[in-house]
Design a binder for this molecule. Structure first.
Ligand code: PMV
Length: 325
């Protein structure tokens, strides 16, 4: 049966940074994110008897190599769960996550693939099962099953059976916004996989990062429940700074920041000095995401666009979870 699903990317307010099991993608800490409506992937999967191998097109282009291998390895998991190891699929994806925005399109990509793939092969899955499956394609993607705020519980089991995301608050709970700030400079990227591995193995700051998570998580959830923007923003910003601090202690040391990254961070701080509530967060790349409230949108966008080194600003609202067609 042919099945189509859409998923959105998400931005972590409490970061996932480090794996305890690389092949099962089990994290060393729980994380929490906001799903964003601006950036989405729509995927159609068609498992069919007459196919002798999987095919994958992305934005109407036939994909081979590393990207194709990641998709087929993930389809293997779906085949195994369904007990249909010799059934192949045609996969078509349309990705509306601008690469330059510095969002891992893997989050919306794997969430949509997991949803459409499971439905096409006839698996009946709960959201938790879908999140656990998605996790094995890309860790942060397991949070994109849900709209609004979601927590990925790290779990304790060695087989990953209790490592999946759960909803924290739906999209309707709170109209909170995110500006993705695109910078003119680019850099040779240390992938999140490599960056995590290096900090876990070598950074003396890593244990401090892990120790700080439970309290950040508890406070963040309180902040979300009470729609306390200052609390949520402060914790998100500090959590991001702690994550990035671990990379400076790694061997060899590295950072995802450019001078323009620091300039945007400074712009955000000066907005706060002028009474505009805005907070930043940064993933495994140089671009900055800024959290703000609807009433400040015009001001925040204008100020960010005026910062030297900024080439674009893409605004987003809280988005929905996986949707089937
Ligand atoms: O799931 P990955 O491999 O794209 O790693 C994501 C890591 C961060 O974006 C830095 C943090 C997060 O929780 O999304």
């Amino acid at each position: 049966m042919k099945a189509t699903a859409t998923a959105h990317t998400n931005i972590a307010l409490i970061k996932y940074w480090g794996k305890r099991n690389e092949s099962l993608i089990l994290p060393t800490n729980s994380s929490l994110s906001l799903t964003l409506d601006g950036f989405r992937t729509t995927t159609t999967v068609d498992f069919r008897d007459e196919l002798s191998q999987d095919t994958f097109t992305l934005n109407d282009e036939i994909i081979s190599g590393e990207q194709y291998n990641r998709v087929t390895a993930f389809l293997d998991l779906i085949r195994r769960s369904a007990g249909k190891n010799n059934l192949y699929a045609a996969v078509q994806s349309i990705n509306e996550v601008p690469t330059a925005a510095g969002f891992a399109s893997s989050a919306s990509g794997f969430a949509a693939l997991a949803a459409a793939g499971s439905k096409s092969i006839g698996l009946q899955v709960t959201d938790q099962e879908l999140s656990r499956l998605t996790r094995q394609g890309s860790g942060s993607a397991c949070r994109s099953i849900y709209g609004g705020f979601a927590e990925w519980k790290m779990g304790e089991q060695a087989d990953g059976s209790d490592s999946f995301a759960v909803p924290v608050a739906p999209t309707e709970h709170w109209d909170i916004r995110v500006a993705a700030v695109i910078l003119s400079d680019t850099m040779k990227k240390v992938s999140s996989r490599e960056g995590m591995k290096r900090t876990v193995e070598t950074s003396p700051f890593y244990s401090g990062w892990i120790d700080s998570i439970p309290s950040d998580m508890e406070q963040m959830k309180k902040g979300i429940a009470n729609r306390d923007f200052e609390k949520v923003g402060k914790i998100a910003e500090a959590n991001c700074l702690k994550m990035h601090a671990t990379t400076l202690g790694a061997n060899p040391p590295f950072t995802y920041w450019l001078d323009t990254t620091l300039a945007v961070m400074q712009t955000v701080r000066s907005m706060r000095d002028k009474g505009i509530a805005a907070y930043f967060t940064i993933d495994a790349g140089p671009n900055v995401k800024v959290l703000y409230l609807p009433e400040d949108e015009k001001n925040v966008e204008k100020t960010l666009r005026e910062t030297p080194g900024v080439t674009d600003v893409i605004l987003s609202k809280s988005g929905q979870g996986v949707t089937y067609y």
